[in-house]
Design a protein around this ligand. Structure first.
Ligand SMILES: [Zn+2]
Ligand SMILES: [Zn+2]
Length: 343
């Protein structure tokens, strides 16, 4: 079968290769892949910015498909089931995080599409526990967005919680920011989404998605707008989905005292000069949110089933597997929202 393989570390080294079909065993499920979303992290991998262990590996961790075969120990998942799968391929099954199913925090966790073979190919292997059967009304295209959406339900519904009277700031209108803004909207809160001038098309889309206020921070005064919207108190919660130090620092002092600031975006550098003064003086909770865990997937699939996420507007291009190179290039141009590869 053809597969998109990161062959070795460094820039590019991503090739479309003929590889052997994987086999099921134990509690493993073999899924015939339908769609795979290209994630920002795939682009980092393409550019060689992640120190990747365990190469070569087939890329692809945001996917949907149909079960083709199951291992002898698989109990509930059946051949023919329409599924999506968590990215957890293997954990230590022994640490305190595994015990509480916080698999995102297990230090020995191996992920599909990073340390274990991913879905940019015909068949992918996952463990039964990671598989979720799709609700009937959720399409295979939409289901390929469950993983990034689960990262957002984890941030907005597990690391903090949103009340319907909240005014919430979301920084960064990339796929994660746009999904997160919709998750927050689904809880009835008012959402302010910020970007910069080159994000203008994404901010326009955000309005179509029902986001209340969108701001180009290079042209508009963020502080003025937030203080006006919140009677001078600041937003109840803020989420950074940009990983921009400048953006984070412009927002920390605009969070209400005792409010939550959730850090979702990864920074380019390990340590940065952040406005800690605001964290202390305003008694903010500065919360890290990493990836997703089983409970986040249930929340994400619930939102998809109840049509709370405008997936069709999020998926802007679909490429065949053989054109995956073009798909990667399209994502790197930065003009699409979510690009899928059809297996
Ligand atoms: Zn991803
Ligand atoms: Zn563990």
């Amino acid at each position: 079968m053809l597969a998109v393989v990161k062959t070795k570390a460094g820039y590019d080294n991503v090739e479309l290769l003929e590889v052997e079909e994987p086999k099921v065993y134990g509690d493993r499920v073999k899924i015939e892949v339908a769609y795979t979303g290209i994630c920002g992290s795939d682009i980092h991998t393409f550019k060689g910015e992640y120190n990747s262990k365990g190469l070569p590996v087939i890329l692809g961790h945001e996917f949907s498909g149909i079960v083709a075969e199951v291992g002898p120990d698989v109990k509930n998942i059946k051949v023919g089931d329409r599924v999506t799968s968590e990215t957890t391929f293997e954990t230590c099954e022994d640490c305190i995080y595994c015990e509480s199913k916080d698999y995102n925090l297990c230090s020995k966790r191996k992920g599909i599409g990073t340390q274990a073979n991913g879905s940019m190919t015909k068949y992918v292997i996952s463990r039964e526990e990671s598989c979720h059967v799709l609700p009937d009304n959720v399409s295979l295209e939409a289901a390929s967005l469950t993983e990034p959406l689960a990262c957002c339900t984890h941030s907005a519904m597990e690391k903090t919680n949103i009340n319907k009277d909240d005014v919430v700031l979301v920084i960064g209108p990339g796929p994660i920011g746009l999904l997160l803004a919709q998750v927050v909207k689904s809880k009835g809160a008012k959402v302010i989404l910020t970007g910069i001038t080159r994000d203008i098309a994404r901010l326009e889309l955000a309005k179509e998605l029902g986001i209340d206020i969108t701001i180009d921070t290079l042209k508009e005064n963020l502080e003025e707008i937030i203080l006006k919207e919140t009677n001078g108190y600041g937003v109840d919660k803020a989420f950074d989905c940009s990983g921009s130090v400048v953006a984070v620092n412009s927002a920390l002092s605009l969070v209400k005292k005792k409010g939550d600031f959730v850090q979702v975006g990864l920074f380019a550098e390990k340590s940065n000069l952040l406005d800690q003064e605001s964290i202390i003086q305003r008694e903010l909770q500065y919360i890290g949110s990493r990836s997703q865990k089983p409970s986040s997937w249930k929340l994400a699939l619930d939102l998809l089933e109840n049509n709370k996420i405008a997936v069709d507007k999020m998926i802007t291009k679909i490429f065949d597997l053989k054109d995956s190179r073009q798909a990667f290039e399209e994502v790197m141009k930065g003009t699409e929202i979510k690009v899928l590869i059809k297996s």
